[in-house]
Design a protein around this ligand. Sequence first.
Ligand code: SAM
Length: 269
Amino acid sequence: MVNLWEMADLSTPWALRVAATLRIADRLAEGPMEVGDLAEAVGCDAAYLRRTLTHLAGKGVFEEPEPGTFALNDAAPSSGGLRDETLRLFLDLDGVGGRMAGAWTTFLAAVRSGEPAYQELYGRSFWEDLEAHPELGESFDALMGPVGHGEFDPEILVGADWDGVTEVVDVGGGTGAALTAILRARPGVKGTLVELPGTAARAVESFAASGLSDRVTVAGGSFYDPLPAGKDVYLVRKVLNDLPDREALALLHRCAEAAGASGRVVVLG
Ligand SMILES: C[S@@+](CC[C@H](N)C(=O)[O-])C[C@H]1O[C@@H](n2cnc3c(N)ncnc32)[C@H](O)[C@@H]1O
């Protein structure tokens, strides 16, 4: 039987985010701490923190070896777990994690209207918000990179059929993790990355650090505008699932238009 109360309970997801944002696991890495000292160290209220951590300890995150004293355990070990940088980016309420958590409060408005409602809360669409706040954009890019999305396997792109593929466009390719993997695996291939300007600027740095600048063109702009035409492969990876149908179709039309009769559009989830 499905436990609807348990399923609907938001206290644990929020308590985890509060603990991650306050860097509680970092403090406890030095050893168990009494909650008053812990609260002073992280700059918060001891009574509220105690309730938060007692709740989490009850869920198996942290231990409370004696009342009011907290310690790391398997779910919050001294490395990894709540100290894992990528997980922390996702949970950090002061960063992009806060935007992603807050966005859920616009869910009902989106379902009612059939339109994204993020801008009602944050004043801009999600992507415009990240562009307007580079520190948020940077942490989102880090979540999208190899650490967050895993290493990209260039062979899945066009299977064994790389004959004649010399130019690949990564449409909405983040800071270029996929394109970097492709160019490393295929020395004869050149790439173009199409990204929003802030992320595009970070991609330029990333390609330079990988020594690939001379084989990549970074096009800062929108993928709803005409794409560089006549290339062999247009890669759209983990992009369509973020878009309403109308925008997803508009993007695919742009890809098809640019690919023409001889290019391929490759969509990866
Ligand atoms: C979920 S991320 C996927 C990134 C990358 N393809 C990957 O697999 O990790 C979606 C990307 O689309 C980009 N994006 C969103 N709207 C865009 C637009 N209008 N034009 C260009 N890029 C856009 C975002 O900046 C973001 O990097």
